[in-house]
Write a protein that binds this ligand. Structure first.
Ligand SMILES: [Zn+2]
Length: 473
């Protein structure tokens, strides 16, 4: 269980390493000695990854320009509600005097008396099997060739309004390259919007990195490891997919996308050959290391289209509850293949073949006829068959919805028009649910899908889906 603050015992054996690392890295510590009067509050974080064997990361930081008597730090929570445990947290004023730190279950209160201060702590980053379903709880990792850092796994959130943002400097070997989902210049990352901070990703190492602008959106890709295809080729396809999706919605909710491509360490069996994880502006793409060039024009590319699509459907249009995940995932799977077909990355024949795989896999699934599609995501998602049932069922429901809307509006309105309408009319903080979706479909096409939807999602015995795919246009 990794909920709440991590238990001390689990990482107790790392403490010695942490203490040693504190001592070693302190020798190289630099600090701002002067304070500019015009400075607005900001945090300057420094992370050293110079010793990659220690399985802990040492984090140091300065808080500048604060005026409050107390500053509160708290760890960000991850998708599972877990948080990091900053070991050995210490705060000092600029003369090196220790500041009082009050530690409660959820926060650290630093009595800085309205003055600038510095702080330090360590975080263990090695979790045994990072590629199990646990992967979502901590994506930060280090090895001798590269490291990737997700801010929420490592940094504390500050309650002060950081008007001048957050600067992160990484101490990395000179031959390493760095890429980030935020602005980055050499070894420095600048997070201007502190709301984005927890999901900010930095990846660095001996890797290939690509940068390009697509319809005024910055698209970067970091490729780690050796591939049987040219990484540049993959980047070309990423750009094509990004451009197509930005066009589908008429704009992007983000100014930058970062794609991190790594070999998938899970081999066969219960795992997936390739999979993606979408986290803020970052897309993690874990591909089969044996994948060759022609697979770039096949199903694995749907992971790119899928995770990118989540920037709109999933993040900008965030689901109100689990019972709407069939749409968040279903529409995303559905469009991931349509985007590949639309961009010419796969042919219409490949599209149909892929759709038939989904249909047959759904019909043959052992949960078919027993579990309602809406309920699937509440079951064991460590079970590969349940995962397939959930995604395939969501796909087929969305395909059917699309066909119904097209037929009612005589081809004038498609499901993507409904998504674009929801995206363009979203209100700050608003989440999407079935009511909003049904209303949008009714407004655009005149069709009331509420009963049909209920039947498809809640009645496992309903045979709603047609064997043949709906036509492409
Ligand atoms: Zn997804």
């Amino acid at each position: 269980m990794r909920t709440g603050w991590m238990t001390k015992g689990r990482y107790g054996h790392l403490l010695w390493a942490a203490v040693l690392f504190v001592f070693v890295s302190y020798l190289g510590c630099s600090r701002f000695e002067t304070r500019l009067s015009s400075v607005r509050p900001f945090i300057h974080y420094r992370v050293s990854v110079s010793d990659l064997d220690l399985e802990v990361l040492r984090v140091e930081g300065d808080v500048q320009g604060v005026v409050r008597k107390e500053t509160i730090f708290r760890p960000a929570s991850n998708d599972e509600g877990g948080t990091i445990d900053p070991i050995g947290f210490k705060a000092e004023d600029l003369d090196g005097r220790a500041l009082e730190v009050e530690r409660s279950d959820e926060a650290l209160k630093i009595k800085n008396d309205g003055k600038d201060f510095s702080f330090s702590y360590t975080v263990p980053v090695v979790v045994e099997n990072r590629y199990s379903p646990d992967v979502r709880t901590m994506l930060t990792m280090i090895d001798t060739e590269h490291c990737r850092l997700v801010a929420r796994d490592l940094f504390l959130l500050c309650d002060t309004d950081l008007a001048d943002g957050i600067i992160i400097d990484l101490d990395i070997p000179d031959d390493w390259v760095l890429a980030s989902s935020a602005i980055s210049i050499r070894k420095r990352t600048v997070v201007e919007e502190t709301g984005d901070f927890p999901l900010t990703t930095i990846v660095c190492g001996r890797m290939q990195s690509f940068d390009s602008s697509v319809d005024a959106v910055e698209v970067s890709m970091a490729s780690i490891g050796k591939w049987r295809f040219e990484a540049e080729r993959l980047f070309e396809l990423v750009r094509r997919i990004a451009s197509y999706e930005i066009d589908m919605f008429g704009g992007s909710p983000r100014a930058k996308f970062l794609v991190i491509v790594e070999p998938n360490p899970v081999k066969g069996g219960a795992g997936f050959d390739y999979y993606g994880i979408h986290l803020g502006g970052t897309m993690f793409l874990f591909l089969d290391p044996h994948m060759d060039g022609h697979m770039l024009f096949d199903a694995p590319m749907s992971v790119v289209a899928h995770e990118l699509f989540h920037n709109w459907n999933g993040e900008a249009l965030s689901p109100a509850s689990n019972s709407f995940l069939w749409f968040t995932e279903g529409a995303t799977v559905y469009y991931s293949y349509r985007v590949l077909e639309g961009t010419g990355i796969i042919t219409p024949e490949q599209y149909k073949a892929r759709r038939n795989v989904i249909y047959n896999r759904f019909v043959d699934n052992r949960y078919h006829g027993k579990v309602p599609i809406r309920e699937a995501q509440n079951n064991d998602l460590g079970d590969k068959e349940m995962v397939n049932f959930f995604y395939d069922g969501g796909y087929l429901t969305c395909e059917r919805l699309d066909a119904m809307i097209r037929s009612e509006s005589k081809g004038r309105i498609k499901l993507i028009d409904v998504l674009r309408y929801l995206y363009n009319n979203r209100k700050p903080g608003q989440r999407v649910d079935e009511g909003l979706l049904v209303d949008a479909i009714k407004k655009l096409s005149g069709l009331d899908v509420s009963l049909a939807l209920q039947k498809m999602l809640d009645d496992p015995s309903a045979e709603f889906f047609s064997k043949a795919p709906s036509s492409l246009d």
